[in-house]
Ligand binder design. Sequence first.
Ligand code: 2P0
Length: 324
Amino acid sequence: MLQGKARAYTNIALIKYWGKKDEDLIIPMNSSLSLTLDAFYSETQVTFDPQLTEDIFYLDGNLETGKSSEKTSQFLDKIRQIANIKTFAKIESQNCVPTAAGLASSASGLAALAGACNAALELNLSEKDLSRLARKGSGSACRSIFGGFAEWVKGDSDENSFAESIAADGWEDELAMIFILINDQAKDVSSRDGMRRTVLTSPFYQGWLTAVTEDLATTKTAIATKDFTLLGATAEANALKMHATTLGANPPFTYWSPDSLFAMNQVRQLRQQGYDCYFTMDAGPNVKILTKKSQVPALLQELNKVFAKEKLITAQAGPGIQIF
Ligand code: 2P0
């Protein structure tokens, strides 16, 4: 039996990945840039066992069926192809999230699985090739191979589409992210379906592609010059542009709930009061605040006036993948 284990931390994009050029290989339409966080991670053990007649996937001790196990098994098929084996695997994964908050992340999950398979099958992949492998499980997972800031350079083929670390001279350790957990009453559109629908039908998608190139360049300048205001303002505007494309899709959709809008307004107000804080949002209603670590205690005090304590989770920059 071949066994391997890895831990990967989730990442939040400051410049979003939104749209695929190749859905099978997961080649994105645009490059993206993220911050890996310390608060949420997945730890995954994989065992390739000749006695198994199918893949089995346990998440937090529960046997998974349906979409998440399908995605996992399709990913294992790709790995089996690379390793030239046919053996099925047992996957045992723990998602470490402070509260049960709908924050389970395919980024950390698929990155950890890629790392565990790398160890189990003794593939000896470089970070670059591990990022390429994780990408084929879930696009955002390719960024979770690295700690701190990472850029997923879009490329145009399996060979040249992977993430790399963006050196920030330790500046990432001065940053923090506060998650505001929002109740979701809306019907889910998965990020996979949402991206596809937007690329195919939204007249705003071309505008997104034009804008994101410039936003990425600005963000890299902000990191190089440690300019928090530029980083935050660019990230917030980029998230809004991504979400704007969904309103133009057919049928239209949005990931925002009324409480998301309320939270975004709170962030704007806090900014007017002098706090260094900007928001971002992904394919769900939660609002994430990018701020300076030094301002977290005061910000939490303010946020506690309008949000319950258990709805606020603070994270800092996290490490890259750990393979055991
Ligand atoms: C991101 N998102 O850059 C963007 C922003 C959501 C909004 O990556 O289809 O789970 O597996 O490649 O990576 C979420 O989508 O999608 C995502 P697939 P993934 O973080």
